[in-house]
Design a protein. Structure first.
Lengths: 112, 137
Protein backbone atom coordinates (compact mmCIF):
# COMPACT_ATOMS: atom_id res chain seq x y z
CA UNK A 1 0.00 0.00 0.00
CA UNK A 2 1.06 3.57 -0.68
CA UNK A 3 3.23 4.94 2.18
CA UNK A 4 1.20 8.15 2.38
CA UNK A 5 -1.98 6.17 2.99
CA UNK A 6 -0.24 4.03 5.59
CA UNK A 7 1.02 7.11 7.46
CA UNK A 8 -2.42 8.72 7.19
CA UNK A 9 -3.98 5.61 8.74
CA UNK A 10 -1.40 5.51 11.53
CA UNK A 11 -1.81 9.23 12.31
CA UNK A 12 -5.61 9.00 12.33
CA UNK A 13 -5.92 5.79 14.31
CA UNK A 14 -2.85 5.69 16.59
CA UNK A 15 -4.93 6.41 19.71
CA UNK A 16 -6.98 3.25 19.16
CA UNK A 17 -3.98 0.91 19.48
CA UNK A 18 -1.17 0.16 21.92
CA UNK A 19 2.03 2.06 21.02
CA UNK A 20 4.02 -1.18 20.72
CA UNK A 21 1.54 -2.50 18.11
CA UNK A 22 1.93 0.46 15.74
CA UNK A 23 5.18 -0.79 14.15
CA UNK A 24 3.60 -4.15 13.35
CA UNK A 25 0.43 -2.48 12.01
CA UNK A 26 2.54 -0.25 9.74
CA UNK A 27 4.41 -3.27 8.35
CA UNK A 28 1.16 -5.11 7.69
CA UNK A 29 -0.36 -2.08 5.95
CA UNK A 30 2.66 -1.64 3.67
CA UNK A 31 2.25 -5.23 2.50
CA UNK A 32 -1.51 -4.79 2.02
CA UNK A 33 -3.11 -4.37 -1.39
CA UNK A 34 -4.41 -0.88 -2.33
CA UNK A 35 -7.85 -2.38 -3.06
CA UNK A 36 -8.34 -3.01 0.67
CA UNK A 37 -8.00 0.69 1.55
CA UNK A 38 -11.79 1.38 1.48
CA UNK A 39 -12.45 -1.64 3.76
CA UNK A 40 -9.76 -0.39 6.11
CA UNK A 41 -11.36 3.05 6.18
CA UNK A 42 -14.80 1.60 6.90
CA UNK A 43 -13.66 -0.24 10.05
CA UNK A 44 -14.91 1.44 13.24
CA UNK A 45 -12.71 1.31 16.34
CA UNK A 46 -13.75 1.90 19.94
CA UNK A 47 -12.29 5.00 21.57
CA UNK A 48 -10.38 4.11 24.78
CA UNK A 49 -11.08 7.58 26.27
CA UNK A 50 -14.84 7.19 25.74
CA UNK A 51 -14.70 3.77 27.40
CA UNK A 52 -12.78 5.27 30.34
CA UNK A 53 -15.48 7.94 30.83
CA UNK A 54 -18.20 5.26 30.60
CA UNK A 55 -16.26 3.12 33.07
CA UNK A 56 -15.98 6.01 35.55
CA UNK A 57 -19.70 6.82 35.29
CA UNK A 58 -21.38 3.46 34.68
CA UNK A 59 -18.69 0.90 35.52
CA UNK A 60 -20.65 -0.40 38.51
CA UNK A 61 -23.46 -1.38 36.13
CA UNK A 62 -21.03 -3.10 33.75
CA UNK A 63 -21.90 -0.71 30.88
CA UNK A 64 -18.22 -0.37 29.94
CA UNK A 65 -17.88 -4.13 29.46
CA UNK A 66 -21.16 -4.33 27.52
CA UNK A 67 -19.88 -1.60 25.16
CA UNK A 68 -16.63 -3.49 24.69
CA UNK A 69 -18.54 -6.63 23.69
CA UNK A 70 -17.65 -8.58 26.85
CA UNK A 71 -21.28 -9.34 27.65
CA UNK A 72 -20.48 -12.08 30.18
CA UNK A 73 -18.20 -9.80 32.18
CA UNK A 74 -20.78 -7.01 31.93
CA UNK A 75 -23.46 -9.26 33.42
CA UNK A 76 -20.98 -10.30 36.12
CA UNK A 77 -20.30 -6.67 37.05
CA UNK A 78 -23.99 -5.79 36.97
CA UNK A 79 -25.00 -8.65 39.27
CA UNK A 80 -22.28 -7.96 41.84
CA UNK A 81 -22.49 -4.14 42.17
CA UNK A 82 -19.30 -3.90 40.10
CA UNK A 83 -17.63 -6.80 41.92
CA UNK A 84 -18.34 -5.23 45.35
CA UNK A 85 -16.89 -2.01 43.94
CA UNK A 86 -13.41 -3.52 43.62
CA UNK A 87 -13.77 -4.72 40.01
CA UNK A 88 -15.15 -1.28 39.02
CA UNK A 89 -12.05 0.44 40.40
CA UNK A 90 -9.71 -2.10 38.75
CA UNK A 91 -11.52 -1.53 35.43
CA UNK A 92 -10.88 2.24 35.62
CA UNK A 93 -7.25 1.28 34.97
CA UNK A 94 -7.81 -1.80 32.80
CA UNK A 95 -10.51 -0.60 30.41
CA UNK A 96 -8.24 1.49 28.14
CA UNK A 97 -5.70 -1.31 27.49
CA UNK A 98 -8.61 -3.77 27.07
CA UNK A 99 -10.21 -1.46 24.47
CA UNK A 100 -6.94 -1.18 22.54
CA UNK A 101 -6.57 -4.98 22.59
CA UNK A 102 -10.12 -5.34 21.23
CA UNK A 103 -9.30 -2.83 18.47
CA UNK A 104 -6.17 -4.81 17.65
CA UNK A 105 -8.24 -8.01 17.40
CA UNK A 106 -10.68 -6.20 15.08
CA UNK A 107 -7.76 -5.02 12.90
CA UNK A 108 -6.33 -8.55 12.74
CA UNK A 109 -9.76 -9.91 11.77
CA UNK A 110 -9.82 -7.40 8.95
CA UNK A 111 -6.49 -8.63 7.62
CA UNK A 112 -7.43 -12.31 7.90
CA UNK B 1 -10.91 -14.69 26.93
CA UNK B 2 -8.96 -17.91 27.45
CA UNK B 3 -10.24 -20.85 29.50
CA UNK B 4 -7.60 -20.33 32.22
CA UNK B 5 -8.37 -16.60 32.56
CA UNK B 6 -12.12 -17.18 32.72
CA UNK B 7 -11.87 -19.99 35.27
CA UNK B 8 -9.44 -17.98 37.43
CA UNK B 9 -11.71 -14.92 37.29
CA UNK B 10 -14.89 -16.84 38.12
CA UNK B 11 -13.23 -18.82 40.94
CA UNK B 12 -11.76 -15.61 42.42
CA UNK B 13 -15.15 -13.91 42.20
CA UNK B 14 -16.91 -16.86 43.89
CA UNK B 15 -14.26 -17.14 46.63
CA UNK B 16 -14.50 -13.38 47.30
CA UNK B 17 -18.29 -13.72 47.38
CA UNK B 18 -18.22 -16.58 49.89
CA UNK B 19 -15.66 -14.74 52.09
CA UNK B 20 -17.92 -11.64 51.99
CA UNK B 21 -20.96 -13.77 52.91
CA UNK B 22 -18.95 -15.43 55.70
CA UNK B 23 -18.04 -12.02 57.14
CA UNK B 24 -21.56 -10.64 56.85
CA UNK B 25 -23.54 -13.70 58.02
CA UNK B 26 -22.96 -13.33 61.82
CA UNK B 27 -23.81 -9.59 61.54
CA UNK B 28 -26.94 -10.43 59.50
CA UNK B 29 -28.12 -12.96 62.07
CA UNK B 30 -27.59 -10.56 64.96
CA UNK B 31 -29.21 -7.70 62.99
CA UNK B 32 -26.06 -5.52 63.23
CA UNK B 33 -25.36 -5.39 59.48
CA UNK B 34 -24.54 -1.92 58.15
CA UNK B 35 -27.08 -0.53 55.70
CA UNK B 36 -24.47 0.87 53.30
CA UNK B 37 -22.30 -1.75 51.66
CA UNK B 38 -19.62 -1.51 48.99
CA UNK B 39 -21.84 -0.26 46.15
CA UNK B 40 -20.21 2.82 44.59
CA UNK B 41 -23.51 4.12 43.14
CA UNK B 42 -25.25 3.92 46.52
CA UNK B 43 -22.30 5.57 48.27
CA UNK B 44 -22.05 8.45 45.79
CA UNK B 45 -25.69 9.15 44.87
CA UNK B 46 -27.59 7.55 47.78
CA UNK B 47 -29.74 5.81 45.14
CA UNK B 48 -29.58 1.99 45.10
CA UNK B 49 -28.23 0.23 42.02
CA UNK B 50 -30.10 -2.72 40.36
CA UNK B 51 -28.11 -5.25 42.39
CA UNK B 52 -28.25 -3.51 45.77
CA UNK B 53 -29.65 -5.93 48.34
CA UNK B 54 -28.07 -8.95 46.65
CA UNK B 55 -25.77 -9.63 49.62
CA UNK B 56 -28.73 -9.50 52.04
CA UNK B 57 -30.72 -11.70 49.64
CA UNK B 58 -27.96 -14.35 49.55
CA UNK B 59 -27.59 -14.09 53.34
CA UNK B 60 -31.33 -14.73 53.72
CA UNK B 61 -30.99 -17.70 51.35
CA UNK B 62 -28.14 -19.12 53.45
CA UNK B 63 -30.36 -18.56 56.51
CA UNK B 64 -33.15 -20.55 54.79
CA UNK B 65 -35.53 -17.61 54.54
CA UNK B 66 -36.48 -17.82 50.84
CA UNK B 67 -39.37 -15.34 50.94
CA UNK B 68 -37.39 -12.50 52.48
CA UNK B 69 -34.49 -13.33 50.12
CA UNK B 70 -36.82 -12.68 47.19
CA UNK B 71 -38.04 -9.51 48.87
CA UNK B 72 -34.48 -8.14 49.29
CA UNK B 73 -33.53 -8.71 45.65
CA UNK B 74 -34.56 -11.49 43.24
CA UNK B 75 -31.08 -11.30 41.69
CA UNK B 76 -29.80 -12.83 44.94
CA UNK B 77 -31.33 -16.17 43.88
CA UNK B 78 -29.39 -16.02 40.60
CA UNK B 79 -26.13 -14.96 42.27
CA UNK B 80 -26.53 -17.54 45.08
CA UNK B 81 -27.14 -20.33 42.57
CA UNK B 82 -24.15 -19.25 40.50
CA UNK B 83 -21.92 -19.04 43.59
CA UNK B 84 -22.93 -22.59 44.48
CA UNK B 85 -22.78 -24.24 41.05
CA UNK B 86 -19.91 -22.56 39.16
CA UNK B 87 -17.02 -23.52 41.53
CA UNK B 88 -18.17 -27.16 41.41
CA UNK B 89 -18.60 -27.03 37.62
CA UNK B 90 -15.15 -25.49 37.10
CA UNK B 91 -13.52 -28.00 39.48
CA UNK B 92 -15.20 -30.81 37.51
CA UNK B 93 -13.88 -29.29 34.25
CA UNK B 94 -10.35 -28.87 35.60
CA UNK B 95 -10.19 -32.39 37.03
CA UNK B 96 -11.50 -34.04 33.87
CA UNK B 97 -9.65 -31.58 31.56
CA UNK B 98 -12.89 -30.62 29.82
CA UNK B 99 -14.20 -27.26 28.53
CA UNK B 100 -17.92 -27.51 29.27
CA UNK B 101 -18.12 -24.33 31.38
CA UNK B 102 -16.38 -22.08 28.85
CA UNK B 103 -18.61 -23.49 26.08
CA UNK B 104 -21.68 -22.70 28.21
CA UNK B 105 -20.31 -19.20 28.96
CA UNK B 106 -19.71 -18.42 25.28
CA UNK B 107 -23.11 -19.76 24.23
CA UNK B 108 -24.86 -17.71 26.93
CA UNK B 109 -22.86 -14.63 25.91
CA UNK B 110 -24.02 -15.22 22.34
CA UNK B 111 -27.68 -15.39 23.46
CA UNK B 112 -27.36 -12.12 25.36
CA UNK B 113 -26.10 -10.42 22.20
CA UNK B 114 -29.39 -11.24 20.48
CA UNK B 115 -31.98 -8.46 20.84
CA UNK B 116 -34.73 -11.00 21.70
CA UNK B 117 -32.86 -11.97 24.87
CA UNK B 118 -31.12 -8.67 25.62
CA UNK B 119 -34.35 -6.62 25.37
CA UNK B 120 -36.37 -8.55 28.01
CA UNK B 121 -33.24 -8.91 30.20
CA UNK B 122 -32.68 -5.12 30.17
CA UNK B 123 -36.39 -4.56 30.89
CA UNK B 124 -36.24 -6.97 33.88
CA UNK B 125 -33.11 -5.29 35.27
CA UNK B 126 -34.72 -1.84 34.91
CA UNK B 127 -37.92 -3.08 36.60
CA UNK B 128 -35.85 -4.55 39.42
CA UNK B 129 -33.95 -1.25 39.71
CA UNK B 130 -37.23 0.68 39.99
CA UNK B 131 -38.40 -1.78 42.67
CA UNK B 132 -35.11 -1.32 44.57
CA UNK B 133 -35.59 2.46 44.51
CA UNK B 134 -39.22 2.10 45.69
CA UNK B 135 -38.11 -0.21 48.52
CA UNK B 136 -35.48 2.37 49.51
CA UNK B 137 -32.70 -0.21 49.89
Amino acid sequence: MDLQKVDLFIMTNAKFFEAHHLGWIREQLIQLDDAQWPTLQMQQYKDPTTLLIVSLLGGSLGIDRFMLGDTGLGVGKLLTCGGLGIWSIIDWFMIMPATREKNMAAFQNLLA
Amino acid sequence: MTRTNLYALVLTACCTGWIWIGIQFPLFQSGQQHEVGLCLIKQVTNVPCPSCGTTRSVLALVDGDFASSLQWNPLGWLVGTMMLITPLWITFDLLLKRRTFIHFYRRTEGWFKSKWVAGPAIALVLANWAWNICKGL
